[in-house]
Design a protein around this ligand. Structure first.
Ligand SMILES: [Zn+2]
Length: 326
């Protein structure tokens, strides 16, 4: 799973520009599904037909996009002004190495101001001599993301900038590769634009009309000094969501997923997240409504340049899903 995760983490894919991620995923899944399509927004949708006479349609959604900084202006000295695409926080923005899709490197810096700097006080230094020079390297509207290879942390953990939500993309790829024949039809959606409001999952669930929706995403952590909420620990199993700010999980579906985890002999954690949301929020209110739940990979330092997960939780998620579809 680590090698697959590395591959899926590698492409630069901020919200709205997920194409390179979709290409990598398509190569990995094409031999394991019945159909693959890309819709108008860029969602990569793979369908694996169920063997039951009247198969249930289960949509699994993992988002490909990643938060970033979009260029809003260029100073005459060549520094870029930016704003956020998705949940960029100031604390994670100081002196960060960022990279554009074309390969241009930059450093995000906050200029000194009275009080706390805001997004408008950030600039990106790309080493340009002046505005003209900068505009040879980037254009208005280009987006950069946190740079950085993924690296191992201790025996079980891995850190990378785009772990949210490429780890779940890798999990979904691995499921398609290993699940074999199923009674249910699996609609695997590698969704776009989650970080700016779950737009990909919204249109995909409308188009595909699933009977059940399961989002695969990361969640927060409560196991580092001074952090106790949510009650989630890395390495203690896959999270099964009860609620976040965008969705309330269907109780029967939630318990069915917990039971599948038990059947698979893996650890699960009930997850109540007092902030945030996932593609489940978009699926839940699609058409006449869809029962949803989210399986969550516990992740430290979400939306930073070093998002950390535990590979044992990935394994638990995979085995739970295999058991659910068995
Ligand atoms: Zn996410």
């Amino acid at each position: 799973m680590f090698e697959l995760l590395k591959k899926v983490l590698a492409p630069i894919g901020p919200s709205g520009l997920e194409g390179p991620v979709a290409e990598v995923i398509r190569e990995e899944i094409k031999d394991y599904v019945d159909t693959i399509e890309v819709d108008a927004l860029g969602n990569l949708i793979a369908t694996k037909l169920g063997k039951a006479e009247n198969p249930r349609k289960v949509m699994l959604s993992a988002h490909m996009d990643h938060i970033g900084y979009i260029v809003t202006g260029v100073e005459k000295e060549g520094f870029l002004r930016v704003t956020n695409v998705g949940g960029i926080g100031m604390n994670n923005s100081y002196n960060r190495h960022v990279v554009f899709a074309g390969g241009v490197n930059g450093v995000v810096v906050a200029q000194p101001v009275a009080g706390q700097p805001a997004l408008k006080d950030l600039f990106v230094d790309i080493g340009a001599a002046d505005r003209e020079d900068a505009l040879k390297m980037v254009s208005l509207g280009d987006v950069c993301v946190y740079a950085g290879e993924c690296f191992r942390l201790g025996e079980h953990r891995v850190a990378a900038p785009a772990m949210d939500d490429r780890c779940a993309c890798a999990l979904l790829v691995k499921l398609l590769q290993t699940v074999g024949d199923t009674q249910d039809t699996i609609i695997a959606v590698f969704s776009v634009q989650e970080e700016v409001g779950c737009r990909g999952a919204k249109v995909a669930s409308f188009a595909k009309e699933p009977d059940i929706g399961i989002a695969l995403d990361v969640t927060g952590w409560g196991d580092t000094p001074g952090v106790t909420q949510p009650e989630i620990k890395l390495g203690e199993g896959i999270g099964v969501k009860v609620m976040d700010r965008a969705s309330i999980s269907n109780p029967e579906l939630r318990e069915a997923l917990m039971a599948a985890g038990e059947k698979a002999g893996v650890k699960t954690q009930r997850e109540v997240l007092p902030y945030g949301g996932t593609d489940a929020g978009a699926m839940q209110t699609s058409r006449a409504g869809i029962p949803v739940c989210t399986l969550s990979v516990p992740c430290r330092y979400v939306h930073s340049a070093c998002e950390v997960i535990d590979m044992r939780d990935m394994d638990a998620g995979l085995k739970l899903l295999q058991a659910y579809f068995a």
